[in-house]
Structures are given as C-alpha cells and as structure tokens.
Design a binder for this molecule. Structure first.
Ligand code: FES
Length: 80
C-alpha cells in the first residue's frame, strides 16, 4: 500500500468549526485500523479557504466542509 498523507487544517477557523473533532476521528480511525505505517497525519496552516472549511487534504487533494460522515466516505474511497 502506498503511503498517504492527510493534512488537517489547524487554522483557527477550520479548527473551531470541526477539525478538532475530525482530527480525533482520524486518530482513532488510524489506530483502530492499524494504519500508522500507511498514513501520515499532519497539521496544516490556514490555506485561505476558510469559508469552505473545515478543510483537510488527502495527498494534496482538498476536501471541504468535512464532518465525520463525510470523512468516513472519503477515507473509504481515497485510501484504496
Ligand atoms: S483556517 Fe482552514 S483554511 Fe483557513
């Protein structure tokens, strides 16, 4: 499996609007599925796209308005 990088925007807007929870969800998802070797989880600075946040990037592809439901869906598709 190729290694994926998930960047979670830690800018104040995205963080306050849901990325705090999204980050926790990602951490438990990675732990439960034992994906620490395959997924690098990092924080990102504000990318000036706050209005469409909370934003995350998976392998540099931007995903906007992220919540837990969307995240489940995206992870199952993006990490194949
Ligand atoms: S805080 Fe995330 S894009 Fe600005």
């Amino acid at each position: 499996m190729t290694k994926h990088t998930i960047k979670v925007c830690m800018g104040s807007s995205c963080f306050a609007r849901g990325n705090m929870d999204n980050l926790q969800y990602l951490e438990s998802y990675i732990n439960e599925n034992k994906l620490d070797a395959e997924i690098e989880l990092v924080g990102a600075l504000c990318s000036e796209k706050c209005s469409s946040g909370p934003n995350i990037f998976i392998d540099d592809v931007l995903y906007s308005e992220i919540n837990e439901e969307k995240l489940k869906d995206i992870l199952s598709k993006a990490l194949v």
